[in-house]
Design a protein around this ligand. Sequence first.
Ligand SMILES: [Zn+2]
Length: 331
Amino acid sequence: MSKAFMKVLAVTMVALSITILGCSCPVSGFFQESISGFNVVLISWDGVQREHFYELLIRGALPEIAAISIEGGLVNVTITGHVADTKAGHAEMLTGYGPSITGVYSNRKFSSIPEGLTVLERVESIFGRDGVATIMVTGKTHNLGGEKGEPFHNVRTTIDVFDSNAANANVVGQKATAYLKQYASRRFSAFFHFSDPDSKGHKFGENSREYEQAIVTCDLWLGRIVQSLKKSQIYSSTIVLVTSDHGFDEAKTSHRDAPYVFAASNRHLTRNGNLGDIAPTALALMGEDPAQFTPPFYGAPLVPWRGATASELVKSIIVVLSDSFRSHACD
Ligand SMILES: [Zn+2]
């Protein structure tokens, strides 16, 4: 990416950060809302490089994620402690734990995640089969399937809907909106996985038109998911959180050194984070205190929640601002 472009990116990101932070609601409002808990829709866009994502965003090619980011927030997420690939990334994203606990080190070195550690299993256990609907739809069987020995094998047998097939965004998106419609009258926690950016990146490269179009298609389906929630009149009680399991190597067909992704939500996000922050965020949004879970999370919610103090919240807002200035000032 050119230096001139990076400068435009820097200015835009700082402006966006200020806009997002500038339209924050009162702190007390955040805490009140968090106590009752929301429905959560966690969406993974597989293999979206942070810089390419921002490039598309600035170009106006991702109107749906731009809309939820302005309504809520957009932050940087970085992957640490394991290789940047699909299995290790999603294991951490959905549990909040690294490989030493999940047993998932990479696409090649892995075992089934111990029973009960994913957000969906935790939510099922806390609220019960009648209290919550838990839904997982994925576009990959080879890394996100539920076969014996695969990372998410235990999830398949525990949650309400485990729908995993090798499928593109149009298939996953249609299933996602159908399940949201089906479960609209219940409380729910859902995870939707869109594999297209990763598969197009491997085939055509990170700077290809096909890679970009795959991300644009993910955005289109984000819009349809939001529309579906609005149509069912549950958008105000549902938090949508979009992130990625890993980035992509610049101008290559691989993601060997690609730890830089993002998180966007229709909920205010308080700071830049790590992939290990996503699971505690989802649990906090469901009204649960992440501190109650064992093993303890090393991450923490990216959203204001009832366990956070006002001073922690103010501190996190300052961190977001200073990170934004610092990361874009040193081109
Ligand atoms: Zn890949």
